[in-house]
Structures are given as structure tokens and as C-alpha cells.
Design a protein around this ligand. Structure first.
Ligand SMILES: [Zn+2]
Length: 214
């Protein structure tokens, strides 16, 4: 296949790789979770490689279904996911309904949302979409940034020790995400903000104590 106009010719010695410029989005192909978890909630593909993003993002029904699972709130607030969750508290979105029990076609919702906001080839190979807010199910595009897995692990390790921080939640990330979903489902619209705040605070029973959680 010829590279698009403006691309460096093969072997030209270009030092800056084009982010996913050669990604083949023309051939539909099945994709499987990178990390299947027998007996548990299937983990969607962590990086989104091999997913026909351009096709999925062009399907109005799929995009509408994505938004139907997002509680959109203020520009600075977390936009909570009301659909499926992984055991790490990340949102899962069944972007394609394929036959069988493997849930092939299930992708991390924030990878779908990030590409929806920035384009189908906006995540270079090897990069991950991180949450500034440290709330894995959050779908607010303003709360996402690209980074490496190393960035992610380093930041999480330092912030996990902060009392009251999302990463220090005694329920774990999935328990926290499920508690927020339950609060959203039970709350009336006028009580929504308070219900979410209470659900988040419930994971910090130590209250104002500043003891590090080791
Ligand atoms: Zn957020």
C-alpha cells in the first residue's frame, strides 16, 4: 500500500514515528480482549489495538449508544458511566455485538470516547489514555490525557497514599464505581450531586484522618 501524500517514504530515516498513520482501518476483522479473565467480567482490550475504530466511530447508532451510558455533567465534573464495569472500575462498552459468549467487540469506553473526541488514530501505539481525575469510569474528555503506562503507574503509586483520594478508596476502584452507579440509579435529579458526593465519601471511613494508608 502506498503511504498517503506527505508521509515519509519507507526507509527515509525519519526519526519521529507517525502516530498510527499506517493503521489499517479498511479491513474489518474480529478483535479479542487482550486479557481474558475466565469466570469473571471479561477485560476488554487494554490498548485498543486491532479495533476498527474508524468504522465504529462512524456508526451513529454506536455513538448514540455510547452516550446513552454517560451521565454528562458540568465541564469540570466527572461524567459517570452507567454501563458495564471491569474489576478495575473501568467502563466497558460493547461497541459491536458479535455472536458467542466471549463478548468480542467489547472495548474500554474511555478509549472509544477519547477517539470520539480526538479522532480514530489519536492514540499512538504504546500510549494509554489516562484519567486526570483518577476515576476509571469517568467519560469527561477534559479529564483524559495521553501518557505511558509507566506515567500511570508512578502517579497511582504516589496518590494512592493520600487519605480521601479516589485511589485510597477502601472499596477498591470497582467497588467505588459501582457505588456511584447505585447512587445515580437511586437518586432523583435534584439530589444527584449530593448522592454522588455521598457515594464517593463513603469509601473514606477514616474521615479527616491524615494517616497514610499502607
Ligand atoms: Zn473525571
Amino acid at each position: 500500500m502506498r503511504p498517503p501524500a506527505g508521509e515519509a517514504a519507507p526507509g527515509s530515516g525519519a526519526t519521529v514515528p507517525r502516530p498510527a498513520g499506517g493503521e489499517d482501518t479498511t479491513v474489518p476483522r474480529p478483535f479479542d480482549p487482550d486479557r481474558g479473565e475466565p469466570g469473571g467480567e471479561p477485560e476488554p482490550t487494554a490498548t485498543g489495538e486491532g479495533v476498527p475504530w474508524a468504522e465504529l466511530l462512524a456508526e451513529g447508532e454506536t455513538v448514540a449508544r455510547y452516550w446513552s451510558h454517560v451521565l454528562r455533567r458540568g465541564p469540570d465534573e466527572c461524567w459517570w458511566w452507567t454501563g458495564g464495569l471491569t474489576d478495575t472500575g473501568h467502563a466497558t462498552f460493547r461497541a459491536v455485538s458479535l455472536p458467542g459468549r466471549t463478548r468480542r467487540g467489547t472495548v474500554p469506553a474511555h478509549l472509544f470516547g477519547y477517539r470520539l473526541a480526538h479522532g480514530p488514530v489519536s492514540v499512538p501505539r504504546g500510549m494509554v489514555v489516562r484519567h486526570r481525575c483518577d476515576e476509571p469510569p469517568c467519560q469527561n474528555p477534559a479529564h483524559w490525557l495521553l501518557g505511558t503506562r509507566g506515567d500511570n503507574n508512578r502517579d497511582a503509586a504516589s496518590r494512592r497514599r493520600l487519605t480521601g483520594h479516589a485511589l485510597a478508596d477502601v472499596r477498591g476502584a470497582a467497588g467505588r464505581a459501582r457505588a456511584v452507579q447505585a447512587a445515580i440509579a437511586a437518586a432523583s435529579p435534584e439530589d444527584l450531586d449530593q448522592a454522588i458526593a455521598a457515594a464517593l465519601a463513603a469509601g473514606n471511613p477514616s474521615g479527616a484522618h491524615q494517616d497514610a494508608l499502607f
